[in-house]
Design a protein around this ligand. Structure first.
Ligand SMILES: NC(=O)c1ccc[n+]([C@@H]2O[C@H](COP(=O)([O-])OP(=O)(O)OC[C@H]3O[C@@H](n4cnc5c(N)ncnc54)[C@H](OP(=O)(O)O)[C@@H]3O)[C@@H](O)[C@H]2O)c1
Length: 266
């Protein structure tokens, strides 16, 4: 990991960092900052997962209450920096972070993996959003792996003719409105061999995925490639412009240097 040259003076006050989490990358960043005594960090969860892995740093759970709530939180907790390490599809939280950090004058950096790119052997059907993914399933019954998490499942009730396989971190709290569904409860990261076995066992002939990027959720894409299955690939939603890096090391370097509130292109 990178050293923190501006924070080696034991008399300097700790840097107060807010990490917006809910991803494997946020957990990796939390592990890295936990080793830095001059960073006082808190990891924020939305509260969607019932038993998140206990983080190695302080944590908080639940929404802030919109942009105003986040501005208040930043001020009340004297936050010096924010790292948005939310999922690329958590577009509302990311937009709020851009606006709140600008209002509070707190430097913001996003930790986000590049989207997956189509490779030889991939049979992707690119769609713009969840509704387009649902529409793309019109037609004869198929066996569909929905690898999109818990939210947005109900809309697939509009295509009830399919047999669905759904993988979730927690067992669903309510019955899913899908007449023919199998649920697998499992927590990532997932591996290619495991996802290959899962798709084969279910007899999947189609995969629906969000273009998350990174390695934590790519196994299903690789497994679909191995089996020659089509993937309905949902493009990322719009997020307002902000500085973005794609590795924990780059975040650590940013934390080690002064960042002006208006800093761009880190
Ligand atoms: N969307 C996905 O596909 C996906 C996949 C994997 C993990 N996740 C994780 O699940 C969480 C929720 O995702 P989402 O798509 O529901 O988000 P979202 O639609 O962008 O956010 C909805 C609201 O949830 C609250 N929120 C979201 N992330 C938060 C965080 N890290 N800490 C505190 N509050 C948070 C905020 O409430 P207030 O306005 O009240 O502040 C936000 O306005 C995120 O932490 C994300 O990283 C999402």
């Amino acid at each position: 990991m990178s050293s923190l040259p501006d924070m080696t003076n034991a008399s300097s006050p700790a840097l107060r960092l807010l990490i917006l989490g809910g991803t494997a990358d946020a957990n990796r960043l939390a592990a890295a900052v936990a080793r830095e005594p001059l960073i006082d960090a808190v990891l924020s969860y939305a509260g969607r997962t019932e038993n998140p892995r206990p983080p190695p740093i302080a944590s908080r759970i639940g929404g802030f209450g919109g942009v105003t709530g986040l501005v208040n939180y930043l001020r009340e907790h004297s936050i010096d920096r924010v790292v948005d390490a939310t999922h690329p599809f958590a577009a509302q939280m990311s937009a709020h972070a851009v606006e709140a950090c600008a209002l509070a004058g707190v430097p913001l950096l996003a930790l986000e993996r590049a989207p997956w790119e189509r490779q030889g052997g991939d049979r992707w059907i690119d769609v713009d959003d969840i509704d387009a993914a649902v529409a793309s399933l019109a037609g004869a019954p198929r066996r569909v792996f929905l690898g999109i998490g818990r939210q947005n499942l109900a809309v697939f009730a509009a295509q009830p003719q399919h047999a669905y396989l759904v993988r979730l971190v927690d067992p669903p709290r309510e019955t899913l409105p899908l007449p023919n569904v199998e649920i697998v409860v499992a927590r990532g990261p997932f591996d290619r061999a495991g996802d290959l076995a899962l798709l084969k066992r279910f007899g999947a002939d189609l995969v629906v995925a969000k273009n998350a990027g990174g390695d934590a959720a790519v196994a299903k894409i690789e497994a679909a490639r191995d089996l020659g299955l089509p993937v309905v690939m949902i493009r990322r939603p719009f997020v307002p412009e902000r500085p973005v890096v794609d590795s924990v090391d780059q975040v650590m370097r940013w934390l080690a240097h002064d960042a002006a509130p208006t800093e761009r292109g880190v």
